[in-house]
Design a protein around this ligand. Structure first.
Ligand SMILES: C[S@@+](CC[C@H](N)C(=O)[O-])C[C@H]1O[C@@H](n2cnc3c(N)ncnc32)[C@H](O)[C@@H]1O
Length: 255
């Protein structure tokens, strides 16, 4: 697997300090309430990162197991949750080959986790594993880069500057498309400075795959899921078309 979220992982919570995890958890709970036939008590967070959703959902009373391939991300999640949550565990595991020996009422996989699984065989393995960890009729929901929008809008160079006290973190990203394989390579360059001095500098390339909704529907079916619906990210009743870059898939485990 590509080695990402190591150095990048050290800066992850700085890069995404403007991400509204409370609002995203409201959306996840809305999905559970409107699409799950039974109350959700236990959640698998597949690709939990630094625990943004896991920790908040555990605080809201769910039993949450977070797994992630990056030790750096899991260590951060453990550090952030220390002393705060019961019913919350974090483990370094790859979604393509994990076995927690238990089943959950729901699985979430948020912020493009599936896009990092770029080979079709691996996607099928990851979805199959997730299915094995769910009880019949459990909900599985995740967001993905929508190929319809990616090819129409096309990724572009971007710069993000985050001020952190006297420090400044500048992240630039240069995308490189490989449309034949539904791949975008995001070449990140990060500079941390203070008073004009460079404190740290690194580069990291994230290879992500974008998916077409009908492709996802097919993979879900193959892995033992029934598609409930696609919707735009954070808009349960919205319409998915070529303008929606981030699309949410909601599926139910057949059983
Ligand atoms: C953009 S981050 C999202 C993290 C978190 N879900 C959030 O919303 O903040 C993508 C995460 O997917 C994880 N990931 C990528 N491929 C993975 C795999 N095969 N197995 C487990 N985790 C994976 C990365 O380590 C990273 O933490």
């Amino acid at each position: 697997m590509q080695k990402v979220f190591d150095t990048y992982g050290e800066y992850y919570d700085i890069f995404y300090s403007d991400k509204d995890y409370e609002k995203e958890c409201d959306f996840i709970e809305k999905i559970f309430k409107s699409c799950s036939a039974k109350p959700v008590k236990s959640i698998l967070d597949a690709g939990c990162g630094t625990g943004g959703h896991s920790i908040l959902l555990a605080r809201r009373g769910y039993k949450v197991s977070g797994i992630d391939a990056s030790r750096v991300m899991i260590n951060r999640a453990r550090g952030k949750s220390k002393g705060h949550n019961t019913g919350l565990t974090f483990q370094v595991s790859d979604i393509r080959k994990f076995d927690l020996q238990k089943r959950f009422d729901a699985c979430i996989s948020m912020f493009a986790v599936l896009d990092y699984v770029t080979e079709t065989d691996d996607i099928l393995k990851a979805l199959g594993n997730i299915r094995r960890h769910l009880r019949p009729s459990s909900i599985f929901t995740f967001d993905f880069w929508n190929g319809l929008a990616v090819l129409r809008i096309l990724p572009s160079d971007r710069v993000k500057i985050i001020e952190k006290g006297r420090k400044r973190v500048i992240r630039t990203v240069h995308p490189e498309m490989d449309a034949l394989h539904h791949i975008c390579k995001s070449h990140y360059h990060v500079l941390e400075t203070q008073g004009g001095k460079i404190l740290n500098e690194f580069k990291e390339t994230h290879v992500v795959r974008y998916f077409f909704p009908q492709e996802i529907a097919h993979y879900l079916d193959d892995a033992g899921f029934e598609l409930v619906k696609f919707c735009p990210f954070l808009s349960l009743n919205g319409r998915v078309d070529e303008n929606e870059w981030n699309v949410m898939a909601i599926a139910r485990a057949r059983g």
